[in-house]
Write a protein that binds this ligand. Structure first.
Ligand SMILES: [Zn+2]
Length: 145
């Protein structure tokens, strides 16, 4: 970096795609998730709402995050949302310390379905996915509501 400024190579484009992705901040899944959005879902561009636990805040109706979600939906005219939860999520382990891994996955699926229906009620095209590691690769499987 030269002096106090860093100049990005990314091309500036002053428009919104209407896409939003909501996923967990867990760095182990971030690169694979960004690739999945581009190559798997054709979301070349999208807004990101990245927070520990990912879409969990939607069924839990966490006011501050719901407020930001609503703001993005309105201000950036969001029409399509991808919700992604992942296996071995620290947020879920922290929130439900008594649940065994299989029960945690069930809880995550339940939360994804609840988030899907909340978004669909707003007229948004939403899809949900569960990411897990298989043979060293991250795999994204659709969770259908
Ligand atoms: Zn996580």
């Amino acid at each position: 970096m030269d002096s106090q400024r860093f100049r990005s190579w990314a091309t500036w484009k002053d428009e919104f795609s209407g896409n939003l992705a909501v996923f967990c901040s867990d760095e182990r899944f971030v690169a694979a998730t960004l690739e999945f959005l581009r190559r798997g879902l054709d979301m070349e561009r999208c807004d990101l709402l990245v927070v520990a636990g990912g879409p969990a805040f939607i069924p839990q109706s966490e006011p501050s995050l719901i407020e930001r979600l609503e703001l993005l939906i309105k201000a950036h005219k969001i029409e399509r949302v991808a919700l992604i939860a992942h296996d071995d999520c620290g947020y879920y382990k922290h929130r439900y310390p008594q649940l065994a891994p299989e029960k945690l996955r069930q809880q995550q699926h339940k939360d994804l379905l609840a988030a899907l229906s909340a978004l669909r009620q707003k007229g948004i095209k939403a899809q949900a996915f569960f990411a897990f590691v298989d043979g060293g690769d991250v795999v994204f499987e659709e969770v259908k509501g």
